[in-house]
Write a new protein. Structure first.
Length: 558
């Protein structure tokens, strides 16, 4: 008997270096432009760094058969833009094509205690539009998740917790989140998102601890498709900016499928811009996915994976041991994932991480339940693939018949406090790994508050249980969970909600400081337009009008 195997593709975290031809492109239409007037269009292009080398093949905008080549500008964050000047009406296309070579650098990072940040780095410790690091929600979360001032502990726990906590949006949800950029607080409340949401929540937690954190944007591979992506970089006092990716569980590094375009203190600033006179009109078509052709790639060779797995038994839990060895002379935070090859397999933890010293080995155990009926004379052959900082490691096995047994456990995946709008919510995430429905006891108490409940949880299902404490204080709350096999407890210390009193300001006369352009002036006020819609704010005085908006780069998040 055989098992259905999904189409194979490489996993991003396994790639240590990559060379590819990358094409970014788009199109639009200009109309109403008069003689002597011009449109200026600028968008991010490929920068060079210690992680990325670039060979430009062509950067061009074509309108009415005419080629226009760009000038280059830098923004306040030192990001590189191409800038095209267009002086005619018509349909246009633009292409940015480069050969990009990326390499992942895994530093032997020394640990230190986080302290006060001053100077230019301070900007990256402060809250921003989508990174509300000073909010009651994020401060409460950080107080209870990041308990030390250690650089390494703070970074590692943030990346792993965000990766575990946020559910990656799929299907119709993916399309919804792809069109939005949810903030850190929104992501904490919804527990769902794509790369922007992962990055914003991680950045908020790290900034709340005083660790300078940037938002990076670019292109990466999700295991199936190339698309636009967001991740973070944190500042290390010795090595400078170090990339990390909570979407892919990469702490202290980013794999080589990350092709960088820019970095900001807030992801909303990653926009392309078009400037043109108020008498003209510019529209942009939806920006296609980037085209990436891999020229060469190399796997990491940082770890060695070994397993003595030979047989698995159907309808019962199997422990699959994986020996992981750090082959480098530095400490590694090693992500390990088991590929979901068979729909019939229930896996207790699909992703794990282990911290290993130079040369150190450790046995990491994955638990699998093959939910498959086999008669006594049937066997099934298959294989399991593990992905880590190495080439994929595949181990063959034989699946033998087994009898369903009522064995398993209820796992407490997470206990998270959410202080929101004057209420403290204690959110408990559990998973029932029994083949039958089960219950667990939940107790929350402090000096005056005491809550008890019995929670039902279905077989092989996860459950989120949320209990609310209105008018909470900043005392410690003790959470106890009793399962059929385990007693689990955690202390929660919330941050009290801020009370902000905004004084009523006296009514002031409207003052317009915009310079008013007259009809006989040749320097017509430029306007800034957004794709796919134009946001128009009109200020009318006499016969002069100033219009402006923003052109956003459409993104497919991975």
């Amino acid at each position: 008997m055989g098992l259905v195997v999904a189409e194979d593709s490489f996993y991003p975290t396994t790639i240590g270096s990559l060379t590819a031809q990358v094409k970014l492109f788009g199109n639009g239409t200009i109309s109403g432009l008069k003689t002597g007037e011009e449109v200026k269009f600028q968008t991010l292009t490929f920068p060079e760094s210690e992680f990325q080398k670039v060979k430009i093949i062509e950067e061009v905008l074509i309108i009415n058969g005419n080629k226009i080549y760009p000038k280059y500008t830098l923004d306040e964050f030192n990001n590189k833009y191409v800038s095209f000047t267009i002086t005619q009406n018509g349909d246009f296309t633009y292409e940015l094509i480069a050969e990009v070579s990326t390499s992942s650098i895994i530093y032997k990072m020394s640990d230190y205690n986080l302290g006060t940040i001053t100077g230019q780095l301070k900007l990256y410790t402060e809250p921003s539009e989508k990174v509300e690091s000073d909010s009651t929600e994020i401060v409460t979360l950080t107080k209870n998740k990041l308990l030390t001032n250690s650089f390494l502990d703070t970074l590692n726990k943030t990346i792993l917790w965000v990766n575990d906590y946020v559910e990656y949006a799929k299907g119709s949800d993916f399309q919804k989140y792809y069109l939005l950029q949810k903030s850190a607080v929104d992501t904490l409340l919804s527990r769902k998102g794509v790369c922007d949401e992962f990055a914003n929540l991680a950045a908020a937690m790290l900034r709340a601890k005083g660790l300078p954190t940037r938002l990076n944007i670019g292109v990466t591979f999700d295991g199936q498709l190339w698309g636009n992506h967001a991740w973070i970089s944190v500042y290390h006092e010795k090595y400078g900016w170090i990339p990390s990716d909570p979407t892919f569980r990469e702490s202290g590094f980013a794999d080589a499928t990350h092709i960088s375009l820019g970095s900001y203190n807030d992801v909303t600033l990653s926009i392309a811009k078009a400037y043109f006179p108020q008498t003209a009109n510019v529209t942009f078509g939806p920006q296609p996915l980037p085209e990436v052709k891999i020229i060469s790639k190399q796997y990491f060779d940082e770890v060695q994976l070994e397993s003595d797995l030979s047989n698995l038994t159907a309808n019962k839990w199997n422990e699959v041991p994986l020996k992981v060895t750090n082959k480098t002379n530095g400490v590694l935070v090693i992500p390990i994932s088991i590929k979901e090859t068979y729909a019939e397999f229930i896996i207790q933890e699909k992703k794990k991480s282990v911290i290993l010293n130079p040369g150190e080995s450790q046995i990491v155990t994955f638990k699998l339940f093959p939910n498959l009926q086999l008669s006594q004379n049937q066997l099934a052959k298959g294989f399991i693939t593990f992905n880590s900082l190495s080439s994929p490691y595949t181990k063959e096995f034989t699946l033998v018949p087994g009898t369903m047994e009522n064995e398993g456990e209820i796992v407490v995946n997470d206990i998270t406090p959410i202080a929101h709008e004057g209420t403290l919510k204690i959110q408990v995430i559990t998973t029932n790994f029994y083949p039958t429905d089960k219950t667990f006891d939940l107790n929350i108490k402090d000096g005056t508050f005491n809550l008890n409940s019995v929670e039902n949880i279905s077989s092989f299902q996860s459950k989120t249980t949320t209990k609310e404490i209105p008018d909470y204080n900043d005392d410690a709350y003790y959470v106890t969970i009793t399962t059929p096999t385990t007693l689990f407890s955690q202390t929660i210390v919330p941050q009290q909600q801020k009370v902000v009193i905004v004084p009523k300001e006296p009514v002031k006369e409207t003052v317009i400081e915009q310079k008013i352009q007259h009809e006989n002036e040749t320097n017509i006020t430029d306007k800034l337009v957004e794709n796919p819609i134009i946001i128009i704010i009109a200020l009318v005085m006499g016969t002069a009008v100033m219009l402006f908006g923003l052109f956003w780069v459409n993104k497919r998040y991975v």
